[in-house]
Design a protein around this ligand. Structure first.
Ligand code: GLY
Length: 380
């Protein structure tokens, strides 16, 4: 089942790629095909590929569904696993801090029913599971987003305990970055550490820039439950060492997440500032509403981002999507290059359905930035 579904999805995607020439015929054919087959549900699709946590995350979501929980319960419980795992350095507890060494977390949750209700928190400090606070914003207020001190106050009002989210490992990582920030600043590393104060654009700088560019691992997770309800959730520390107060795409409904039971859901990860500018998740869902498959819709929005940057986007993001029939897809602006074959491959995404939990490969439209391009970016 897995491979035949995957092959069919790829085939549809390939047809769609050629498909600018035959858009109408391709879309009608796909819509008929999707409606004719039995829905693939329950289904969980996530951007998160980190091997240490991905199965635990989708497993928690599936367990919530098996215990009678809703799509919304499954999305929250699954994302809580990512938030609570100290090895997962892009989300929640154990994540990398901002430039001043403390964590400010962003999260959102959205239900495809009840008029597509949503809740979000941004720049939330000291709370391990921001997505659960986001759910309370949705269910226990008439608002859709709380930020900073207000979000923390609200979390405490609902009994969330404050804790220091910075692990020793994350603190070491941050301090090393701070000590190497700028040859004209006032920080020094230990005398016995070679390269403690390198000039900018060292291999270490490049490694950090590449990580910033390639970090596609904050979590966006989409659930289609057995009743046909759809929900999604996101959570992130944002960019590591970001400016204090910076808010990314994850808590912005329509950017990092969008869900509509009538169509499907989409979520994003990667360079949040560009994801916001492209209203990426909303756009994917609207393209599915027009008749594109999840794969086609993700590719359309990535292509649009590339076009808007004259074919040379200096960023990366990855989109995942599922529709109400249980078809799904993934595309990133930039993919990977296979070390052995030098072929362009897509970024991974993780899928869990009746056929089991597995890593699949999305489509990547452009190769990664070269070291020279990275070094030329206006990043310090
Ligand atoms: N996509 C996560 C962020 O940019 O905050």
């Amino acid at each position: 089942m897995t491979s035949s579904r995957f092959t069919r999805r790829r085939l549809v995607s390939a047809i769609a790629g050629a498909g600018a020439a035959l858009p109408f015929l391709g879309r009608v054919a796909f819509a008929r095909q999707a409606a004719a087959r039995a829905p693939n549900r329950p289904l969980i699709v996530t951007s998160k590929t980190f091997a240490q946590v991905r199965e635990k995350i989708t497993g928690a979501g599936m367990a919530a569904l098996q215990n009678g929980g809703s799509a919304l319960d499954a999305a929250e419980k699954a994302v809580n696993v990512s938030e609570s795992d100290p090895l997962d350095t892009t989300v929640g507890y154990g994540g990398d801090p901002n430039e001043e060494g403390f964590l400010q977390l962003d999260a959102s949750i959205m239900s495809g029913r009840d008029g597509c209700a949503s809740g979000a928190v941004a720049a939330l400090e000291n709370i391990r599971t921001p997505v659960s606070v986001a759910r309370l914003v949705m269910e226990r207020t008439d608002h859709s987003m709380l930020v900073g001190k207000g979000a923390l106050k609200f979390a405490r009002m609902h009994g969330f305990k404050e804790e220091d989210l910075l692990t020793d490992q994350a603190r070491d990582h941050w301090r090393e970055w701070k000590e190497n920030l700028n040859p004209r600043d006032y920080y020094f590393g230990p005398k016995d550490r070679p390269g403690a104060r390198p000039a900018p654009r060292t291999p270490g700088d490049l490694e950090d820039l590449r990580r910033r560019f390639e970090d596609l691992d904050s979590i966006t997770l989409l659930v289609l439950d057995g009743h046909g309800d759809i929900a999604g959730a996101t959570s992130t520390v944002g960019h590591h060492f970001k400016i204090v107060g910076r808010v990314g795409d994850s808590p912005i409904i329509g950017a990092g997440l969008y869900v509509d039971n009538a169509v499907g859901a989409a979520g994003a990860t990667g360079h949040g500032d560009e994801i916001i500018r492209h209203c990426a998740s909303f756009h994917v869902v609207e393209k599915m509403r027009d008749g594109l498959s999840p794969q086609q819709a993700c590719e359309f929005v990535c292509r649009r981002a590339i076009e808007r940057h004259d074919g040379r986007p200096m960023f990366n993001f990855k989109l995942v999507a599922l529709d109400r029939h249980g078809d799904y897809g993934c595309c990133s602006v930039r993919g990977r290059v296979d070390a052995a074959t030098k072929a362009l491959t897509g970024q991974g995404f993780f899928v869990h359905d009746a056929a089991g939990a597995r890593l699949e490969e999305g489509r990547g439209l452009l190769p990664p930035l070269t070291d020279e391009e990275l070094a030329a970016l206006p990043w310090r």
